[in-house]
Design a binder for this molecule. Structure first.
Ligand code: GAL
Length: 698
């Protein structure tokens, strides 16, 4: 769903910290308008001001601020304050405080550390949420509800233990079924009744992986259930606006695909670590997450938080070079965001976040480097309202499945020193992006229709009948890329009996045999299986192979590459099997990035998926959004020199009915509508260092 007819620009605003400085709000309004801000998130951590004493609510101040912002053209995303409770609540009702896996109840302090089960906490949250909804649920200034903040963590208190027991009882019905699913005869850990079930603990059970997996599922479901209760409270109070919650980068504590079902709009917080060696690859990790977030509901999402300067919590607070802030925000937009929002608008004076980057810093000036560049981004976004709600269309998809990640992480062996799942996904993602195509990032439950190429690396756990859908996808003409360590276990982490990858051995034309794993510095290699010159180019050159070498048995597949070393030299390492109308490629090892890029590019070409541009230069990213009348091609240069880009022939037609409009955005702001595509069809487009160019093609 589209929540606005323009792009949103703003961020978290904490006026409750400034109540004793009346001039500040006036000044903030002036500065926000100057920066082009049209939305703020309010009240995320304001419970102590909203309910200073139990049952005594004070929302007048909030109403006044929301009203004043609105009069100045700024809408509000209003938060429920459950992420941080007031002191009185914790002191009076200690059951709201979390208990850790050692059984220790926490003291009052910090945030996002409440018990998700406590009926008392749920009731107190219901009351404040309801009050907020009664007051603001129909206020036109409030466009969206921000439910809590970055839900995360787990609680092991007696209430949660009970809830977990109910959860597993409901799932397995009989204790025998539970014992079987968790394989508890191992080490004599058989349960005699559901009452004996307890959460995993470093001083208790840690080896029953089925238990740990279900505990993760339960924790995730409990967070979502808590959120559902908050949404019901808002609806009870009469709120009609859509709801969101801010999700996190690379967070493995919640199954966001399930949580997504409960919210209307996806939003998330992106904080790239720019201090590393390669800005481009760091951005790409966040692009992967943007694509994942977009695919949770297959609709545009919001960038709820990002940092306008340096954060205060990363190991180093690296300053952003001119243009990087703009490119970071535009990168989110290019992948489907309808907003660029910051944490925070005004920097606090004390406590933990006093040194966290902000639009307005302690000087209060409007000529700081950050303020100026952010204002230019605001102007750029305000110049392109039509981008709101445009969609991203992809014919290629990459699987990232959180439950698969849990199962891999919980499992002992075969490679305990970083199983590498997320790194392998990033390598694949890089390969798709270097091939200059849009790519969706989807989980095992996602519909596969519409895709022509699907990569499912290291899909160790098959759940939700994924093998059946992957078969059908290939049979119907799709290209499926599978890798080593796939189709080993079912949704309870029980190994499938028989040949693997489970249910796909005929589709892949091979079966799993053994797997060799080794430290990062060691290598095997893949060499061409034959010297057939008609084989695709990437199959004719040797490449290193890392970390995993699976020894598979061919059963119909054609070996394209074989291992070059060790006792398994000559055994298949990369194969192709024609299956139905489609093709299944199987990669038994982890190749070099460059080889993977060539492989993905070739498989996309085989399926006639056109690249968005020809020959994407180093450090340049490309993606596309569209609506029914126009396509918007985003070219982003993260490098230090100007880059030239050739558009594909289909875009270079000089007889297009309408000219292509070009917008550029960088440290100096956007120059909208500043040109047309060169009439000379062969001439490349030039893009300045650290800047974004948007081509609107009608
Ligand atoms: C986020 C959080 C914000 C703020 C920010 C600082 O994780 O939601 O409230 O603390 O980090 O970077």
């Amino acid at each position: 769903m589209k929540i606005s007819d323009h792009l949103l620009f703003g961020g978290d605003y904490n006026p409750e910290q400034w109540m004793d400085e009346p001039g500040i709000l006036d000044e903030d309004l002036r500065l926000m308008k100057k920066a082009g801000i049209n939305v703020v998130s309010l009240g995320i951590f304001a419970w102590a001001e909203e309910e200073p004493e139990e049952g005594h609510y004070d929302l007048d101040w909030l109403e006044e601020i929301i009203g004043r912002l609105y009069q100045n053209g700024i809408s509000t995303i209003l938060a429920t304050p459950s992420g941080a409770r007031p002191r009185w609540l914790a002191e009076k009702y200690p059951e709201v405080l979390r208990v850790d896996a050692y059984g220790r109840r926490q003291k009052f302090g910090e945030r996002e550390n409440h018990c998700m089960t406590s009926p008392l906490y749920r009731e107190k949250v219901r009351l404040i949420d309801r009050k907020l909804a009664e007051r603001f649920g129909k206020n036109p200034a409030v466009i969206l509800w921000h439910i809590s903040n970055e839900y995360n963590g787990e609680c092991h208190c007696p209430l949660c233990q009970d809830a977990f027991r109910k959860y597993v009882k409901n799932k397995y019905r009989t204790v025998d079924a539970l014992n079987h699913a968790w394989w508890t005869k191992f080490w004599s850990h058989t349960y005699r009744s559901f009452d004996e079930v307890e959460s995993p603990s470093p001083i208790g059970e840690g080896s029953v992986q089925g238990l740990s997996l279900d505990w993760r599922r339960y924790t995730s479901d409990q967070e979502t259930d808590f959120m559902k209760a908050e949404i019901s409270a808002l609806r009870e109070g009469g709120a009609t606006q859509p709801v969101t919650t801010n999700m996190m980068y690379n967070f493995d504590g919640i199954n966001y695909a399930s949580m997504a079902e409960v919210v209307d709009v996806i939003s998330w917080d992106s904080y790239p670590e720019w201090y590393g060696d390669d800005i481009f690859l760091e951005m790409e990790k966040h692009s992967f997450c943007h694509d994942y977030m977009r695919c949770l509901k297959d609709q545009s999402f919001l960038l709820m938080e990002s940092c306008p300067g340096g954060t205060n919590w990363q190991p180093y607070s690296r300053l952003k070079e001119p243009g990087l802030l703009s490119n970071e925000g535009m990168n989110a937009i290019s992948h489907g965001a309808d907003s660029v929002q910051y944490f925070q608008i005004r920097e606090g004076r004390g406590s933990f976040e006093k040194l966290h980057g902000a639009l307005i810093d302690h000087t209060g000036r409007d000529d700081t480097r950050t303020f100026l560049e952010a204002s230019r981004i605001g102007a750029s976004l305000n110049a392109l309202p039509e981008l709101a709600g445009t969609f991203s269309s992809s014919r290629a998809a990459l699987f990232y499945d959180i439950e698969n990640r849990w199962a891999l992480d919980l499992s002992a062996g075969p490679r305990n020193e970083n199983n590498g799942y997320m790194d392998l996904l990033q390598d694949f993602y890089h390969a798709f992006r270097r091939a200059a195509v849009n790519v969706d990032v989807i989980d095992e439950t996602h519909d596969l229709s519409g895709y022509k190429v699907v990569a499912a690396p290291m899909l160790y756990m098959f759940r939700a009948d994924v093998e059946k859908r992957l078969r059908k996808f290939a049979e119907d003409g799709g290209t499926l890329i599978l890798t080593f360590w796939s189709g080993l276990v079912d949704e309870n982490d029980l190994l499938f009996l028989g040949d693997k990858p489970h249910g796909l051995t005929d589709a892949a034309g091979l079966r799993f045999g053994e797997i060799d794993t080794f430290p990062d510095h060691r290598r095997n290699c893949m060499v061409p299986a034959s010297a057939d010159p008609s084989a695709p180019g990437f199959c004719l050159r040797e490449t290193s192979s890392f970390r995993y070498c699976e020894l598979d048995h061919l059963d119909g597949a054609e070996p394209l590459m074989v291992y070059g070393k060790d006792f398994y030299r000559g055994r298949c390492a990369f194969t192709l099997n024609h299956f139905g109308k489609g093709r299944v490629y199987y990669l038994s090892t982890w190749p070099e990035r460059g080889w993977l890029c060539d492989m993905v590019k070739e498989l996309l070409r085989e399926q006639d998926i056109e690249s968005l541009v020809d020959d994407l230069p180093e450090k340049v990213a490309v993606s596309e959004r569209q609506n029914t009348h126009s396509r918007y091609l985003f070219l982003q240069n993260f490098g230090e020199s100007e880059k030239q880009i050739r558009l594909p022939a289909s875009l270079r037609k000089t007889d297009s009915p309408k000219p292509v409009r070009i917008y550029t955005s960088g440290a100096h702001g956007m120059e909208p509508d500043c040109g047309q595509l060169p009439v000379d069809a062969a001439a490349p487009v030039e893009i300045a260092p650290m800047s974004t160019m948007i081509l609107k093609i009608s």
